[in-house]
Design a protein around this ligand. Structure first.
Ligand code: MN
Length: 241
């Protein structure tokens, strides 16, 4: 990176938890390696709280948006599903804020990186649909909630040739972690699949018309595969182009 350049401001969505643990009052949370990966790529990470009414004000300031993951799901009603699987849990304020940020960022052409649950949110913003619980939807699926620690790979993914992701990482496969019970079912009319697991589960989507709009089902902020660092480098490089 050019150390003389002003660092690009990368908005990162927070998670939210009810009273208990860190505070007796509602609190926000962010795993540190999201911020470290962005800063390591030359960006300036800034945390985004959950107020959909402030989305436009944040989008006026930030140069790119990172939508993070969490132990919750997008409301199936938001992608037109008539039923809700018993395992689905919601964080409605968070999803409302993230959808407002994602849709606004897409409208403005800001670079967007959706990670894990953030990839699923981004897919819905692009008109896609989700599998509500992989074990009940795909026979002989891999363990997408890997039993080993998240800083280790859980499975490989094949990178789809010709995609933006393929151009960024420069490899045909990646070793990725896996901490999800849902996945993209259909990417939506304006999106394309850019990564797929050996069992056929979609592991990434992108908007080919955007300069940088990537969703990844794994967590690149753990920097497990050499391609993970390249993804954050590419996100920061896409700012202000
Ligand atoms: Mn997976």
């Amino acid at each position: 990176m050019n150390t003389q350049a002003r660092r690009k401001l990368i908005g990162v969505t927070l998670d939210a938890e009810p009273p208990g643990g860190y505070s007796a009052y509602p609190w926000y949370a962010l795993r540190r390696n999201y911020a470290d990966a962005i800063a390591g790529a030359g960006g300036l990470p800034v945390a985004l709280p959950h107020d959909a009414a402030l989305a436009a004000a944040y989008l006026d300031r930030i140069d790119a948006l990172v939508i993070t993951g969490g132990a919750f799901d997008v409301d199936p009603e938001l992608y037109g599903a008539g039923t809700r699987h018993a395992t689905v849990s919601l964080k409605e304020d968070r999803t409302a804020a993230e959808l407002a940020l994602a849709r606004g960022a897409l409208d403005r052409g800001l670079p967007v990186l959706g990670i894990c649950g953030g990839e699923q949110l981004l897919a819905v913003a692009l008109g896609g649909t989700l599998i509500q619980h992989i074990p009940d939807a795909i026979a002989n699926a891999l363990e997408h909630e890997q039993p080993n620690p998240r800083h280790q790979p859980g499975h490989t993914v094949d990178i789809i040739p010709g995609t933006r992701l393929a151009a960024i990482v420069g490899t045909a496969t990646m070793a990725v972690n896996s901490a999800h019970h849902q996945a993209v079912a259909a990417p939506g009319p304006r999106a394309a699949v850019n990564a797929i697991a050996p069992d056929g589960v979609i592991e990434g989507v992108e908007d080919p018309a955007a300069r940088f709009c990537l969703g990844l089902q794994w967590h690149p902020e753990f920097l497990i595969d050499p391609g993970d660092r390249r993804i954050f480098d590419a996100l920061v490089a896409a700012c202000g182009q």
